[in-house]
Design a binder for this molecule. Structure first.
Ligand SMILES: *Cc1c(COP(=O)(O)O)cnc(C)c1O
Length: 349
């Protein structure tokens, strides 16, 4: 039986033995009483890394984004957000359902950005007809794409000049930073901080490419984090001996950031391996996500690919546009196995 290659997401990783050891050794307390030393240490570490005053450990990125929006928007306010952004499309409408905060989606440009003109046009005048526009939410990386840093600076400055708060859904902020650092020959932590400092609130996930089992952090000013803390409690996110999880996140920040470049190299290797196969359109990835369009392949052939891959122990998501995500539980041999399996499928008539 071939090895299982799970490329559905970078969330599928298991904690490494060293991460488990860090978890097992973590000093613990009750974080609802704010006396879990491992949680407190993590929060200080993340805040410092992001160049923000404070941070709050969260069970998930969804809850982190929710707390960010609700701590910056009131009932009847709205936030500007990408049409396909996680904070609009993939979080059960939480800001609207739980906060009565209306999303104002904006179409993405091909590079993942929201056009500055579209942002300006979406900001409502102060008029009783309209919801009050309060917040701009960006996502970086978006769909595996790095938002150009100059754009991030312009968009967040534009929002600030219109009196809007700025939130970053940085579930994969360190993938963005790794790409930015590679392009500029700089340091990944410095790039993460440079991006984060453009925003009033920043959510980062530890459970994606960083390889921790659970957890995200929301970063921002002391005042913002105090509001978010209340909302997290209301949302059921007060955790007790959460230090075991915080220790995993802390370990990931120390040991799994520099290696994100390896995931990006694996994604590139996968894309290059697939680019030669007739019927596939493969976008060259910027980070750890590879999209493969099957439109040029015959329909029945395209529809059969995913079930075939599953039989062969290769897991991905999508239908006519497949998504493959690389992560720390994959290596060159796994990627080559995926390429060979797909080649075999398209070679067979
Ligand atoms: C995964 C993800 C989140 C949050 O995910 P959870 O599963 O709730 O931790 C938020 N934004 C983006 C872009 C994501 O990819």
């Amino acid at each position: 039986m071939a090895r299982l290659c799970d490329l559905r997401s970078d969330t599928v990783t298991r904690p490494t033995p060293a991460m488990r050891a860090a978890m097992a050794q973590a000093p613990l307390g009750d974080d609802v009483f704010a006396d879990d030393p491992s949680v407190n240490a993590l929060q200080e570490k993340v805040a410092a890394l992001m160049g923000q005053e404070a941070a709050l450990f969260m069970p998930s990125g969804t809850q982190s984004n929710l707390c960010a929006i609700l701590s910056q928007c009131q009932r009847g306010d709205e936030y500007l957000v990408g049409q396909l952004a996680h904070t609009y499309r993939w979080e059960g409408g939480g800001a609207a359902v739980l906060g009565s905060v209306q999303p104002q989606p904006i179409s993405h440009q091909a590079d993942g950005t929201l056009a500055l003109d579209d942002i300006v046009a979406a900001i409502k005048p102060d008029d009783a007809h309209f919801a009050r526009t309060r917040l701009l939410a960006l996502e970086n990386t978006w769909s595996g794409k790095l938002l150009p840093f100059a754009y991030v600076q312009q968009a967040t400055e534009l929002a600030r000049s219109h009196g809007l708060s700025r939130h970053l859904d940085g579930a994969r902020l360190f993938n963005a930073a790794a790409r930015q650092a590679a392009l500029q020959g700089t340091d990944v932590y410095a790039e993460a901080r440079a991006i984060a400092r453009c925003f009033d609130s920043v959510s980062v996930c530890f459970s994606k490419g960083l390889g921790a089992p659970i957890g995200s952090a929301l970063c921002g000013s002391h005042a913002l984090i105090a509001r978010a803390h209340r909302i997290r409690k209301m949302a059921g996110g007060g955790m007790r001996q959460a230090g075991m999880l915080a220790a995993a996140a802390s370990y990931a920040l120390d040991h799994h950031v520099a290696r994100l470049a390896d995931d990006h190299a694996l994604a590139l290797r996968l894309a290059q391996g697939l680019q030669g196969i007739a019927g596939l359109q493969v976008e060259t990835p910027q980070t750890n996500i590879v999209f493969v369009d099957l439109e040029a392949a015959a329909k029945p052939k395209a529809a059969g690919l995913l079930p075939y891959l599953q039989q062969q122990g290769v897991l991905a998501t999508g239908l006519y546009r497949l998504r493959f995500v690389t992560h720390l539980d994959l290596d060159v041999a796994a990627i080559d196995q995926v390429v060979e399996t797909i080649q075999r499928y398209f070679q067979a008539s």
